[in-house]
Design a protein around this ligand. Structure first.
Ligand code: HPA
Ligand SMILES: [Zn+2]
Length: 353
């Protein structure tokens, strides 16, 4: 993979990432290091032999059976994060990889409820992740935004508490946090369980996105758009089951943050070629391509771009459309968008000369 000329083009193509969970960037190596340093016990290896070493965990990650199966590992993994420096180190590891993959602008998710439930202070989490973001901005000239996700498997009242903490701390006004999202188990919890929080966010002008239509049917996407007034949809792949909603999403210029490798690893599709990339392109649905939980799914953003290219053999004009849509769908100032659009123009011209 990534040996041919087009793969070099994809590596150097200026990218925006909109759908990556920082906790999903925790490699087994860092997990074991932090567990030892912080005195955190990972599961008993008698009962769970996959927790014997990074190698055995990587092997287990090859066989996720569903979103919830993956999430059970994801939530155990993040339990090793305890100190401000752990959160900073995790974010910095991600930004180094993203930079190497040609990411210029990254909007990254994190799940504060899980950390608070383990007794980690909200400020420890936010200040650690913010420090990682600032370092990426200073060292790489990247632009970054932090998006706080609410998790659907915990009570909505917990989500409300964490949202109130963020608002009271002035994090949205200061720019430490930029938006809200909703993630974790999809099918089961009420589709609109955070509707009061999203209504408050809307009234305060806080950006809104939500995971929907990953395992759940199109009614989950409709609920995110209607009950949450969500400005983006994370995943949204089940739109293929509703041509009318697909047309509406195209018309309303809602950006889908698609994660092709994740969709195969979590068995939403049996092969990348089934991810509706071609359908979305043909219908004029805007989407970006993203890594979701790269440490668990075997590759960062470039791996997703290259896997899509292998499966769909897209033209340079189609890649240009994807790259431009992902810039236009970013939550960043117009001046920065123009700068990134110019970089794409230069890159495509240089390739064609
Ligand atoms: O792909 C995902 N879906 C839902 N929740 C998540 N949390 C981390 N990754 C995911
Ligand atoms: Zn996700």
């Amino acid at each position: 993979m990534c040996k041919t000329k087009i793969h070099q083009f994809l590596q150097d193509l200026p990218k925006c990432e909109h759908h990556v969970h920082l906790e999903g960037c925790l490699t087994p190596e860092l997990m074991f290091t932090l567990a030892a340093r912080n005195g955190v016990s990972l599961p008993d290896t008698e009962k769970r032999p996959e927790f014997s070493s990074p190698a055995t965990l990587y092997e287990r990650y090859e066989h996720f059976t569903s979103l919830d199966d993956f999430l059970s590992y994801y939530f155990i993994g993040m339990s090793v994060l305890q100190q401000q420096g752990d959160f900073e180190a995790l974010a910095w590891e991600y930004f180094q990889k993203a930079h190497a993959d040609g990411v210029h602008h990254a909007e990254v998710f994190f799940d504060p409820q899980e950390h608070l439930n383990r007794g980690v202070a909200f400020d420890t989490v936010v200040s650690g992740f913010v420090a990682g973001c600032r370092r990426a901005e200073q060292e790489y000239g990247m632009t970054t935004k932090l998006i706080m996700c609410f998790v659907k498997h915990l009570p909505a009242s917990d989500a409300q508490k964490v949202f109130d903490l963020a608002v009271e701390a002035g994090h949205f006004e200061s720019g430490a946090l930029h938006g809200i999202g909703a993630s974790s188990s999809e099918v089961g919890p009420p589709k609109d369980m955070f509707k009061e929080i999203y209504a408050t966010a809307y009234s305060k002008g806080i950006r809104r996105t939500a995971h929907a239509g990953e395992e759940g049917d199109p009614s989950y996407i409709r609920a995110a758009l209607e009950a949450y007034k969500s400005q983006r949809i994370d995943h949204g792949i089940r739109l293929i089951d509703s041509p009318s909603l697909l047309q509406q999403v195209a018309k309303d210029e809602i950006l889908l943050t698609v994660c092709p490798v994740s969709n195969v690893k979590l068995r939403c599709f049996d092969h990348i070629s089934k991810v509706p990339i071609r359908t979305f392109l043909d219908a004029g649905v805007r989407f970006s391509i993203n890594s979701d939980d790269p440490a668990y799914f075997g590759g960062f953003i470039l791996h997703n771009y290259c896997s899509v290219q292998e499966a769909f053999d897209l033209s340079i004009a189609e890649w240009r459309t994807i790259a431009e849509n992902s810039i236009n769908g970013s939550w960043v100032e117009q001046e920065r968008k123009s700068e990134l659009l110019n970089l794409i123009d230069d890159h495509v011209r240089a390739y064609q000369e």
